[in-house]
Design a protein around this ligand. Structure first.
Ligand SMILES: Cc1cc2nc3c(=O)[nH]c(=O)nc-3n(C[C@H](O)[C@H](O)[C@H](O)COP(=O)(O)OP(=O)(O)OC[C@H]3O[C@@H](n4cnc5c(N)ncnc54)[C@H](O)[C@@H]3O)c2cc1C
Length: 510
């Protein structure tokens, strides 16, 4: 086994403090740079707040963050509603989630008329559904409206959830999505399309996803603009969608069956002249994913292609080891690789999973600030690897963007990325002022396939520690939003107990 892979495996035993100390020591980001980053972060926050185009989703999340009972109720509804098959259960679910909450206190609170209109709808619905035990005319009337109005309420709440979902989906089909992408492409943005849907449960599912990915690559190829992969749209794929048994215990099957599928998609993307990115999923499959990535990238048919991409999650304590491994692999194979750096979208799941399984430690950092520090240290590493790596910095956090801008002087060497429906104001500002490239990750698919994705977005953005949640709250000063991080002082040891029955980041039960 190669040295970097051995180091990666050995790092599994690092606790949070050791992992962080290691990162900070290697990144050597001095006080002067930290000050500059903070200053730039503050300026960005001020610019975003000056703009009048805060996204509907950001406003919605700021009103219904997951620290409010109403936000949690909506998240549970979003998670469950679109997949409940029968009307009776839908009515019971709506009544259970909507009636007990205090919608009235949110009335007229948002800057968005759409958010305020949604609040009205929820308020009125909650009043109608409220199981008032008192007798008298008002209670009788409410009971009658409730019975007659159930189909209307059901339709209204289902639509509200769809509106929420539509904020994150670019189109129901790749053709529709690409058409809609035209507007932003004209301004100079590029896209990476993601076919909605998660892990394949059966062989048929995996086959279906494979077809959907290959059809989409053929379609996306039509929008190829140049021979430079950075200028063209691309596709993001999930390994879990390509095999129903994508798990370490079935490694041989995965290598025999999944690798050829992922390789054919990569070869197709190469011939189409577009990039193909492997999304990062749960930490338990990280080691296995590196085996798959190595096997795919080693295929000689992919020689001289710069379009293969890997996603690395900074919240994983071993992220820097993954980066070193990728760099080494690219050098061994004489390739250039794209690396999308994200913070990681499965935080709640990772914590819960480690607790339920009784692991000795968590695979991810347990404090938000630790993940932020890890992201910046990993970004510094990536910016020093640009002979082999094209870094793609995916974040909606102004402080994180400010760090990249301060550390990455040559702006042709990297790009920023954001999710469709998120971080528009920040990325428009940076795009206009700095001339940096920006790619939009755009989910494509039907609403029924949106759920897992939607819930991840609500969880990460509804938490009040999230940047998106803080930027719209004018009571938090810019300096606090783009807060000064103490890179030199590692965080205190883990604060989350390693046992089950704990609440997740949002306080929402999982
Ligand atoms: C283009 C693009 C592609 C993406 N692809 C992937 C992918 O393949 N795989 C994937 O997992 N994610 C992916 N994401 C999602 C990404 O991980 C989240 O959008 C990101 O974490 C949000 O970070 P932020 O910097 O925008 O926001 P911030 O608000 O600054 O950070 C929020 C993040 O901090 C971390 N965090 C929150 N609380 C804690 C805590 N207590 N302890 C430690 N860490 C904490 C979590 O990662 C959380 O998501 C992608 C995002 C983009 C923009």
């Amino acid at each position: 086994m190669k040295e970097h892979r051995i180091n990666f495996r050995a790092a599994k035993s690092f606790n949070e403090t050791a992992a962080l100390e290691n990162l900070v020591a290697n990144a050597s980001i001095n006080k002067e740079l930290r000050e500059k980053i903070s200053q730039r972060g503050i300026e960005l926050v001020e610019r975003i707040r000056e703009r009048d185009d805060t996204g509907m989703m950001e406003l919605f999340l700021s009103e219904y963050g997951l620290s409010t009972d109403e936000g949690v109720a909506l998240m549970c509804l979003a998670e469950a509603l679109l997949r409940v098959p029968d009307d009776k259960t839908i009515d019971a679910l709506i009544e259970d989630k909507i009636a007990p909450s205090e919608w009235g206190k949110h009335l007229g609170q948002s800057h968005s008329s759409l958010v305020n209109a949604s609040t009205w709808a929820l308020f009125v619905t909650g009043k109608v559904l409220d199981d008032d035990k008192s007798s008298g005319m008002a209670a009788i009337m409410r009971g009658a409206i409730k019975r007659v109005g159930e189909p209307v309420i059901r339709e209204a709440v289902t639509r509200l959830m769809k509106v929420l979902g539509q904020q994150f989906v670019l189109g129901e089909t790749i053709e529709k999505a690409m058409k809609r992408a035209g507007g932003m492409e004209q301004k100079g943005f590029t896209y990476s399309y993601d076919m909605l849907g998660e892990a394949a449960c059966t062989k048929q599912d995996a086959q279906q996803y494979f077809l959907s990915y290959s059809d989409s690559i053929t379609e996306i190829a039509k929008a190829k603009l140049s021979d430079d992969i950075r200028e063209n749209p691309g596709i993001s794929i999930k390994l879990s969608a390509l095999h129903p048994r994508y798990e370490t215990l079935n490694k041989q099957r995965v290598m025999d069956e999944l690798v050829p599928r992922a390789t054919s998609l990569a070869i197709l993307a190469k011939s189409a002249g577009i990039g193909l990115n492997i999304d990062a999923e749960e930490a338990g499959r990280l080691d296995l994913s590196l085996d798959v990535i190595e096997a795919v990238l080693s295929n000689p048919d992919l020689k001289n292609w710069d379009g293969f991409g890997v996603v690395v999650q900074a919240y994983n304590r071993r992220a820097s080891y993954v980066l070193q491994w990728i760099y080494d692999l690219a050098e061994r194979l004489d390739r250039k690789v794209m690396v999308r750096l994200v913070k990681g979208a499965y935080w709640d799941t990772e914590i819960k999973h480690a607790q339920v399984e009784g692991y000795q430690d968590f695979p991810v950092f347990t404090q938000k600030a630790a993940t932020d520090v890890s992201y910046i240290c990993c970004a510094k590493m990536l910016l020093e690897m640009t002979d082999r790596i094209y870094p793609q910095f995916a974040t909606h956090n102004a402080h994180t963007v400010a760090s990249i801008l301060e550390m990455g002087e040559d702006k042709s060497k990297y790009e920023f990325q954001r999710l469709h429906g998120m971080g528009e104001a920040l990325h428009d500002t940076v795009f206009e002022r700095q001339g940096t490239r920006c790619r939009i990750y755009a989910p494509v698919g039907a609403h029924k396939d949106l759920l897992a994705y939607l819930v991840r977005r609500l969880l990460e953005n509804g938490a009040n520690s999230s940047f998106v949640n803080q930027i719209v709250d004018e009571s938090i000063p810019p300096s606090a939003v783009a807060w000064r991080m103490s890179y030199a002082t590692p965080m205190s040891p883990e604060s989350i107990p390693l046992r089950a029955n704990c609440k997740s980041q949002s306080g929402a039960p999982r």
